[in-house]
Design a protein around this ligand. Structure first.
Ligand SMILES: [Zn+2]
Length: 85
């Protein structure tokens, strides 16, 4: 196990060491998530997913949300059935 250190700046920001960024597969502009468990903090790459079903493939932006093509088709189908324009 290797340990890396970062300082917290005056705005509570940290810089991720390059080996950590490489290991996570992230680059500037990507999102990361923190999880706290048993007194330890884990960092994972945030993977965009459908806001409705959680799928990570075939995503589309819809009103500031990511919605997969399958859910969009299902919504469209329901709208047609209910005759919603
Ligand atoms: Zn979906």
């Amino acid at each position: 196990m290797r340990t890396f250190k970062s300082k917290i700046d005056e705005l509570n920001r940290i810089t991720l060491p390059l080996p950590i960024m490489d290991r996570l597969g992230v680059s500037p502009g990507n999102s990361i998530s923190y999880t706290i468990s048993n007194g330890k903090v884990s960092i994972i790459k945030t993977v965009p997913c459908c806001a409705l079903c959680g799928a990570a493939d075939n995503l589309n932006h819809f009103r500031n949300q990511m919605i997969c093509s399958g859910c969009l088709k299902e919504i469209s189908s329901v709208c047609r059935r209910l005759e919603i324009p």
